[in-house]
Write a protein that binds this ligand. Structure first.
Ligand SMILES: N[C@@H](CCC(=O)N[C@@H](CS)C(=O)NCC(=O)O)C(=O)O
Length: 200
């Protein structure tokens, strides 16, 4: 199993974390995305969308999109519930993550940490800040009556949301007014075989 990855990426981290917690050994290939490493013809043959993470199985099959990779790897393990409604709820939270959370919180972090803050980006950051806080408020409300996102236990829905939530302050999001989100971050970080985002 091979994972095309980029260490600061939360999307890559989701897969690294799940592989580690499932005890699956893998080779990690670091791609310098800021330098355009995912846009060369060789890599585009593997993933025409030119992004990490990308999973390469021992049979040579390629699978892109972090949450699709989580779903594939977790199937048949305790990290993905069996009941169809619970599986749909996992997808519900993973689509929420990709539409309402990641484009605002992860993108702000990437721009602030790695890219030049042009006037245009500064203006768009303001908009992303408001939308990112809306997503955090949705999470805070759900966690008022739940310890985890689905089926009252740790699953890939938590991994998908944890990846960029726990580093949200690096994107300018103060988590002080989200005490339940902060308690959930602690719960996720205390799961067996947890690794930090900085660990390859
Ligand atoms: N929806 C995709 C997003 C993947 C993505 O945006 N990857 C970024 C790093 S987090 C990337 O590879 N960017 C490089 C580029 O766009 O050239 C997923 O969840 O995997």
């Amino acid at each position: 199993m091979r994972l095309y990855d980029y260490l600061p990426s939360g999307n890559g981290y989701k897969v690294r974390l799940l592989l580690t917690q499932l005890g699956i050994s893998f080779e990690r290939i670091e791609m310098d995305i800021v330098d355009g490493a995912t846009r060369n013809p060789d890599y585009l043959n593997k993933n025409p969308n030119g992004r990490i993470p990308l999973l390469e199985t021992d049979e040579g099959i390629h699978l892109a999109e972090s949450n699709a990779i989580l779903f594939f790897l977790a199937d048949g393990t305790p990290m993905l519930p069996d009941r169809s409604l619970d599986r749909a709820r996992v997808l519900q939270w993973m689509f929420f993550e990709q539409y309402s959370h990641e484009p605002n919180i992860a993108t702000s972090r990437h721009w602030i940490q790695h890219l030049e803050l042009t006037e245009e980006r500064r203006a768009r950051l303001e908009e992303k800040r408001a939308l990112g806080h809306e997503a955090l408020a949705v999470m805070e409300a759900h966690l008022a009556t739940n310890d985890f996102f689905v089926a009252r236990r740790y699953s890939i829905a938590d991994i998908a949301l944890f990846a960029y939530t726990h580093v949200a302050p690096e994107g300018g999001f103060d988590l002080a007014s989200y005490p339940r989100v902060r308690a959930w971050i602690e719960r996720v970080a205390s799961q067996l075989r947890h690794i930090p985002i900085t660990q390859g």
